[in-house]
Structures are given as C-alpha cells and as structure tokens.
Ligand binder design. Structure first.
Ligand SMILES: [Zn+2]
Ligand SMILES: [Zn+2]
Length: 337
C-alpha cells in the first residue's frame, strides 16, 4: 500500500489554528487516546474508557498526554542523532485510491487508522485518532472533493473528534446510544456541529452509517455504495479496474481477522471477550439488506476483498458454533455436542 507523506501546508485556516490551540492542553489518555474536558475530575483518577472491561488500564498505571505533547514527541532515527516530530501520513489503498487510511508515526494509543473516503460528491472521515498535525489539517481542508463529515463507529475511537470537527469545520456524527461515553459533551457549544443519530443516518449520496450494536450499544459501520459513483476515469492501473461494488467499513463492530478470510465478533477486543450469540445475529440482520462485496476494519491489511457478505454469513455460523449455538429458522438452538 503506497505511503503518502504530507508536506507542510502553506495556509492553514485561522479557525483550524484556533481550534487546535484551544484544545492543545486538554488531557488525553495515553492508553486509549480519549480526550477529556479541562474541567474533568477524571485526571485525578483513571480514564473511564480504560476502566470499562472492554478496554484496560495498563499494568504500569494511568498516564496522560495532550495534543501539544503529542506534537512534540520525537521519532528517534536509528544510527544518527537526528529526530523528527510525530507526523501523520496517509496509506492509499492498492485497489481503490479513493480510500486512504490516516496513520501517525510514532504510533499512539490504540493506533487505529481513521479512513478518508473521497466520493464524487464529497469526502468523509470514518473514525478518529488522537493526533492531528498541521500538514494533515492542510491536506484535509484543501481536498478536491471537500470534506463533508466525520462519523465515529464507537467510543474507543471518540478520541479528539471534537477538535477534528472544529479544526476541519465539518459535522461530527455520533450515535445517540453511546452519548454517555463521549467525554467532551460539556464542551459542545452552539457553534459546534455535533449530530447525535440513531438507527441509520445518511451522510451524503451513497454514504451512510448503520447502527449494529454489540461491541457498544451504538456500535456502527459505514457503508459506501460505490455502484452509485460515476464511472471512474481511465484507471492508472489498466489491469486492475476501480471497484464499483458496495463496501462496509466495520471498525470493531465486526472485525476482519488477520487471515482476511473471516470476521470476529468481540465485546472486548484487547481482553478477547466474545459477543453474545444474539448480538452477533443482530449484526447479521442489520447488514442483511445492504449490497456489498468488500469490507475493511480500522487497520491496514484487514480487508475482505471478495464475497464479503458470504464471508459474513459463514463467519456468523462458525462463531456461533464455537459458542455452542446454531441457527434454525432464525432462532438460536443450543448445540448438544
Ligand atoms: Zn483511556
Ligand atoms: Zn472498540
């Protein structure tokens, strides 16, 4: 997957600089990347997201950082004394250049890679990560298809999303059923564009978020119907046409396994606690009416490139069997052996 470095931007919008500056010192949990309000008493205790059994407080104890500190962290280059500041870079998908993962080096927190999707009618960011650099802001505010929204799959990736929304001046879509986990609710003002949604929410033409539950009540996926896109211009790679099928971006709601041939359904990812059978069936039901052949989770190299819907059905059957269940006419039946 090609890595794209981001050059310093000649002009960063004033509102972006103000947004980054005003949030620069807010506490950020070093383990999960969640940003808290300045007034939050949590800084005296442990991060609420990490205290939840779906995540974990490191055995070395709770530590805090901030956007200002993250920007100052150096990458120590091997074999010489030079160092570079932390930076963002993009990872462009091999098959579809309209999909780019936003990474940072050195990595931080859970190290998920938010995904930038550039459709013919506008661009979208799916999920968020703590660190946002000035070159990234410069890039995202000058896209040829302007950014229309940021949507977050679930609380583990809420991170610094309010800062991103302010800096990039785009609406932030968060699922109402996870509102209690958003640690900056008290900071939201009339000038902010935070949209609490439930069930299903269209973000733009061919792009919508769908609440599936399970991992968190509001856990969702993003769906992009690439069939609705105008025919792409002649591809750079004539042997590999741009995919036109529907694609789901699944985050932790259902996870592409490292084999890239199957999905897992986890209540806690780091603690390896599976979802209950009924929650797995609900996810399958929510995705039943979508037309898609591809899926990707929140890290590079986690793709199902073909027959993703069939893979989903097979994965549900395999996962339920591992938990001691099978499905008969839509009902769960306990396996006796
Ligand atoms: Zn945390
Ligand atoms: Zn998660």
């Amino acid at each position: 997957m090609p890595r794209i470095e981001l050059a310093p931007s000649p002009s960063i919008p004033l509102h972006s600089l103000e947004a980054l500056q005003s949030d620069a010192l807010l506490p950020i949990c070093k383990a999960c990347g969640t940003q808290y309000s300045a007034s939050s008493p949590i800084i005296e205790k442990n991060c609420l997201i990490c205290e939840d059994p779906r995540q974990y407080v490191p055995s070395t104890g709770q530590e805090w950082s901030s956007l200002a500190e993250l920007a100052e962290s150096d990458i120590q280059k091997q074999n010489d004394k030079e160092s570079e500041k932390r930076k963002n870079y993009l990872i462009e998908d091999d098959e579809d250049g309209r999909i780019k993962m936003i990474a940072c080096d050195p990595s931080f927190g859970i190290n998920q890679t938010p995904i930038l999707i550039e459709t013919s009618e506008g661009s979208y960011i799916w999920d968020c990560a703590s660190f946002i650099s000035l070159p990234l802001v410069g890039h995202l505010t000058t896209l040829s298809k302007p950014l229309r929204a940021i949507a977050i799959s679930h609380p583990h990736f809420f991170t610094t999303s309010l800062t991103w929304s302010r800096a990039l001046k785009v609406p932030l879509y968060l699922c109402e059923d996870d509102r209690e986990w958003f640690q900056r609710s008290g900071d939201i003002t009339h000038d902010d564009q935070v949209i609490w949604w439930k069930g299903e929410q269209e973000l733009g033409k061919g792009v919508k978020v769908i609440q599936c539950g399970g991992h968190f009540p509001g856990s969702s996926i993003l769906y992009w119907d690439r069939l609705g896109e105008p025919a792409p211009p002649k591809d750079d790679l004539p042997t590999k046409p741009t995919p036109v099928s529907g694609i789901i971006f699944t985050a932790d709601t259902l996870m592409v396994q490292p084999t890239q041939r199957s999905f897992s359904f986890l209540w806690s990812v780091p603690n390896l606690i599976p979802l209950r059978p009924q929650a797995i069936l609900s996810i399958q039901e929510r995705l039943k009416y979508l037309s898609f052949t591809q899926a990707t989770s929140s890290w590079p190299n986690r793709w199902i490139r073909e027959d993703a819907k069939k893979v989903l059905d097979e994965s549900v059957t395999a996962y339920l069997a591992a938990e001691g269940w099978r499905v008969d006419e839509g009902r769960l039946v306990e396996l006796l052996t």
